[in-house]
Design a protein around this ligand. Sequence first.
Ligand SMILES: NC(=O)c1ccc[n+]([C@@H]2O[C@H](COP(=O)([O-])OP(=O)(O)OC[C@H]3O[C@@H](n4cnc5c(N)ncnc54)[C@H](OP(=O)(O)O)[C@@H]3O)[C@@H](O)[C@H]2O)c1
Length: 230
Amino acid sequence: MAERPYTLLSCGMSLDGYLDSATDQRLCLSNDADFDRVDAVRAACDAILVGAATVRNDNPRLLVRSAARQADRVARGLPPSPVKVTVTGRAKLDPGADFFTAGDTRKLVYCASGTFEEACDRLGPVATVVDAGQPVDMHRVSEDLYDRGVRRLMVEGGGTVHTQFLTGDLADELHLVVAPFFVGDSRAPRFVSDGSFPWNPDRRATLAEVRKIGDVVLLRYALSARFGKD
Ligand SMILES: NC(=O)c1ccc[n+]([C@@H]2O[C@H](COP(=O)([O-])OP(=O)(O)OC[C@H]3O[C@@H](n4cnc5c(N)ncnc54)[C@H](OP(=O)(O)O)[C@@H]3O)[C@@H](O)[C@H]2O)c1
């Protein structure tokens, strides 16, 4: 079997399981202490992956923020921040987005075969574009990342991407932060959509840690035998 990186899924959600509001305004589900925890997790990874909708909607920089953590990475011979990775079928991404322009780190775009040429034209100057098949298969993405030297991958959403990593049994660890409020609008994106998940009433995931971080709670789940050995 081809190898894949140790994969950690991370997200914040409301009490009713939403990743965002249904409006254009970005919803803050975290707090400063938790942002700092996420920064430390990022700094310990080789690559961070988000879906194309998150790149378009949130315009994230996906960089390690702490100067000390950046310096520590550089001292270990690494770039200041992990490689940035996204996945797209339509290739409608803006090369001026912060994902592409912020930080001196490598950017990878896994693109469906049908739009590969369009993606190369638009994003080739700012990223490495990879033809990832039709449709893009996350197993293939994971294995390609491993071949490119990624040993520890952090997946930061959104729900479409989390769903595929979970249903594809490609996740080793889940960090779920629960914010103390409800969204209450089913038009908003959820943590996961429908699917056949390896963890169900007959195969329960292992709850490895519960941590109160100010007014949010971190639930850390071990999802594979690799957890704790990495
Ligand atoms: N609370 C949190 O921790 C958190 C974290 C991240 C994001 N979010 C929120 O989540 C929302 C976005 O989530 P989402 O589920 O709508 O989208 P998403 O997972 O960020 O991205 C989905 C997009 O990724 C591309 N994609 C995913 N899988 C693919 C595949 N197998 N083949 C080809 N393309 C694929 C497609 O892009 P194309 O459309 O370009 O084809 C698809 O539309 C945003 O509102 C964001 O704010 C919240």
